[in-house]
Design a protein around this ligand. Sequence first.
Ligand code: GDP
Ligand code: MG
Length: 446
Amino acid sequence: MVLEKLGNSLKETLRKITNAVFVDERLVNELIKDIQRALLSADVNVQLVFDLSKAIKNRALEEKAPRGISEREHLIKIVYEELVKLLGGEKAEIKIEKKKPFKIMMVGLFGSGKTTTIGKLGRYYSKRGFKIAAVGLDVHRPAAPEQLEQVCKKAKIESFVKKREKNALKVYKKFEDEYSKFDILIIDTAGRDALSKDLIKEIKELNKAIKPDERILVISGDIGQAAQEQAEEFHKNCGITGVIATKLDGTARGGGALVASATTKANIKFIGVGEKVEDLEEFNPKGFVGRLLGMGDLEALLEKTKEAISEEKVEDLGKKFLKGDFNFIDLYEQMKALRKMGPLNKILDMVPGMGQLKLPKGALEVQDEKLKKWRYALDSMTKEELEDPDILTRSRLERIAKGSGLTVKDVRELLKQYKLAKKMMKSMKGNPNKLMKKFKGKIPGF
Ligand code: GDP
Ligand code: MG
């Protein structure tokens, strides 16, 4: 999970609160020291850490816990709320306006992940029904146009590049007639090793000529505290409207990039959590802090599921599934969706309580073979049977087996797994850790 070390220290701190006999100034001071240490080692800016500690301390000592909430719970709530505030508060999406095209310009230093992120954004928005193109204005790195082409091909979006042209604005103008065919145009720009005058001048010029609707600063998570200065500088020169922090998968220093937005007042919109085109997550401060503190984030899980199966169905299905209220078809759809969503450990991070599970590698793979058998068996069932597997008598099982080319044993096994999954999901609200142990290995895919 992103910033796992930070998460672990914060969880440890919260445990201290939970175990404390009462909340007093000593506990608050100890708590603050812990949080400071944790945030500083994740490279969060010193001043911001200081401000945060002060806010937590003031609130903890002044506010009274509302009725029905213990002092300890109230303290945890304060920590949660202040961390959420530090990360920008409410979720802030990019509002795609209905104009053709809506222009998103990516800026950032060399290697921060601009080009890679264009592919990710392209995929993200085309999955949501937008028609996307990217234009490559990195005219300084010889390999840049080719890289953008490849990235766009993977993301299945259009790309416009002109190799060997050294003037960025000329490249932009060359394809100007094409842009209105798209809902969103993403503009790739060149970075530099450092914030040079050269770079600033170029970005300013492009900004003036192109007038992008969004100017997204891409910051690599691994630069730690340097993120602050970068954000300020870019903001001063082209008015940043949003931030995407990348490479949060491989660094413990990502706190720097995540709070860089505090300076620009432009919120983090997405985070990059891997090199692949699907490794992009919407950034929701509440969900993010919730996960850091081990509270789970169902919203993020539902969002991911949305990409894998049809949009209307998903919310309903996700909710039904988590309540244990699902039938055979739902389970099949869910297993299919899980497979499409990619590495299951990433998804499990988002389910409350599941993030802490350390499962052996492969234990969560839904096997293709098993899924095929499900499909065959389901195809041979009547609508009635699909909706209520409890009516499956021996003679019905035999008929299904014959119809699907499976053995009665196969079909029975599927039925057993369905029932186990249902039982497990129903009791998930209890203690997932204990339950997972009990059911592990019995159900493929769980
Ligand atoms: P640009 O110079 O800003 O366009 O940066 P690139 O998009 O070319 O990315 C630089 C390197 O960072 C590439 O090797 C990418 O694969 C890698 N990269 C980008 N985003 C991520 C991410 O979220 N996680 C990881 N692990 N690598 C990333
Ligand atoms: Mg690039």
